[in-house]
Each structure stands twice: as structure tokens, then as C-alpha cells.
Write a protein of this length. Sequence first.
Length: 202
Amino acid sequence: MSGPCGWRQDRDAPHPDPADSLLVEDDLELRVPNERDADELFLNVDTNRDYLRKWLPWVDDVTSVEDEAAAIRRIAETRENGEDCFYLIFLEGNIVGTLSLNSIDWDNRGFVVGYWISEESMGKGIVTKSCARLFDHCFDDLCLHRGALEVAVENYASIAIAERLGMRLEGITKEREWLYDHYVDASLYAITAPEWRERSQD
Ligand SMILES: CC(C)(COP(=O)(O)OP(=O)(O)OC[C@H]1O[C@@H](n2cnc3c(N)ncnc32)[C@H](O)[C@@H]1OP(=O)(O)O)[C@@H](O)C(=O)NCCC(=O)NCCS
């Protein structure tokens, strides 16, 4: 087989690299960050602090543009190592959230997704559509096999995304994440490449 999926057949061949940018639809794009994005990304986090803090554990660690710039540098390193690929979500050229491809397991062809969107951009399907574009890329271009999402059991908006994407609930992990002052249980959702393709044909 030619193209990136040739990699699926030859386990010793180098794996393909995630794209620098992915067009979701007109005016909606995913793009890897560079340090020039630090100001705008920080502003997004800072204005959404209370809302994001409810479900994301890192919000208090980001207190300045320099923290954001340092995070972007770390992101570039893990991307270079093939471990993760972090995208900014751009709506009409403005950053409205992030979508990350985490813990890429090239041996077993697995990945985990994580995301957030600004409160004012919620309710428009931006994250669902962005995840669907990323899944197409992961399964078709990167030849990965299994995508997973771990979500706090009471994060109903995020659970709705997993279900809209056709992901399967595989179980509940007890006290999976420490959120500032308490543990939360998490639901593990997943979908495999054949399941994604079957769903895409519906
Ligand atoms: C979780 C989170 C990303 C959900 O955001 P969201 O805006 O509800 O998700 P989407 O962008 O997919 O939008 C879905 C909404 O758009 C609507 N929608 C409109 N057009 C749509 C389309 N074409 N496709 C899908 N949904 C569409 C859906 O009906 C849904 O609306 P509803 O909430 O009234 O049912 C957001 O609440 C968030 O960032 N929270 C804080 C951080 C967080 O929890 N991250 C996840 C950790 S696991």
C-alpha cells in the first residue's frame, strides 16, 4: 500500500507526522501554536478562568503571557518527539479554544483527545466538528487505530461530545483526576478506526 497507510503494514517504517493545520470548514481551522499566539491564548484562558477551572486542572498554573509562551515551547518539544500534537481552534481567524492529540502511542496506534472552548463560543458545535476533523486525520492519514477521551462523569457537555462522535463508554475510572481540592471519577470513551469509518458512512 502506498501513502502514509503503508506505515500500517511495515511496523519498522517511520510513522507519519500530524499535520500543522487542518481545515474543519470555512472560517474554522486547527493550527499548531507558535510563540506569537501566546498573548491571544493567554487572554482566552484569563477571561474564561472560572468556567475552565470547573473541569481543567491546569488553569491556576497559567498566570501570565510568559507562562503561556513557556507552555507553547513545551508543546513544540513534545510534538517534535512525536508524543503529542496540540492545536489551537481558530474561528474567523481568532483563537476560541484548543484541541489536543495527547499520548500518541505509535506502537499500539492509540491516541487520547482533550479540548476546551471559550464560554462565548459554546453551543455552536465547534468542538464536535473539530474533533471529527481530527479523527479523520488520525484514522485516515496517520493510520492510528483507537481514539480515547476521559471525561469527568458530571461533565455533561463534554460527554455529549463523545456521544455525538459515536464513541463508546468503556467504563468508569474511580477518582481519576485531582481537581484543585477534590478527586473526580472519569468516564472512559473510545472509538476504533473501523467504528469511525462505519459511523462516517451513516
Ligand atoms: C466541554 C465543552 C468543550 C463543550 O462545548 P460545546 O460548545 O457544548 O460543544 P460543541 O462545540 O461540540 O457544541 C455542541 C453544541 O452545539 C450544538 N451544535 C450546533 N451545531 C452543531 C453541529 N453542526 N454539530 C454538533 N453540534 C452542534 C449542539 O446541539 C450543542 O448544543 P447544546 O449544548 O445546546 O446541546 C465546553 O463546555 C468546555 O470547553 N468546557 C470547559 C472545559 C472542558 O470541560 N473540557 C473538556 C474536558 S474532558
